[in-house]
Write a protein that binds this ligand. Sequence first.
Ligand SMILES: [Zn+2]
Length: 234
Amino acid sequence: MYHQIVAAPPKGAAFRSLCVSPRAFGRQMAWLRCLGYRGLSMSALMPYLKGERTGKVVGITFDDGYLNNLQHALPVLRHHGYSSTCYVVSQQLGKTNEWDCEGGVVQTPLMDASHLRQWLAGGQEVGAHTRHHVRLTQADLPSAREEISLCKAELEDLTNSPVQHFCYPYGDYLAEHVAVVQSVGFESATTTQRSRCQANEHLMQLPRVPVLRTTSLPLLWLKLATAYEDRRRP
Ligand SMILES: [Zn+2]
């Protein structure tokens, strides 16, 4: 689970830890390759999650749809022949991460429709992250349903390709939201629950492994190759 691929904002800035520098990201992808892993989008990962195929693979996801993913991550991903999924907020395209305003987070440009098409043309995938980056548990159920289903429809319209993977904003959801995500036809949904995916994982509540600004290469190895992250599961 990545967010921004950009040089870190000044010390003390909110969510600074979610900014992985382009150089660090490049080293991390090269490191994955050295270790024999292939980096995959959620669609490409599905056969492994379902137990239909085995292999040394990692899913690569980016939350929120930052333009810096296209600028700094895409060239690296292409270089290694990796795919990834970027979860975007359909009503914020071409704007900034305004949902973070209250937290005093530096506003960062998000991809617009033409950027998303470049992302797809580069062999990457677009996933859904609601229309307005809402906290689903604080919305009434009809609005939550709209946020989930219209995001899918709007993105499919814009990109002319299926949008089959969802990510819960803030990792915040209840059982009824899982049911909605499943009923509108998503094939997977990711959370902020920390762990590697195990066999028979619930496909609509997949855990992830966070990669932060401070994640060193040895720590990345611990996170992927050992039970380091799995132990953080409640
Ligand atoms: Zn988000």
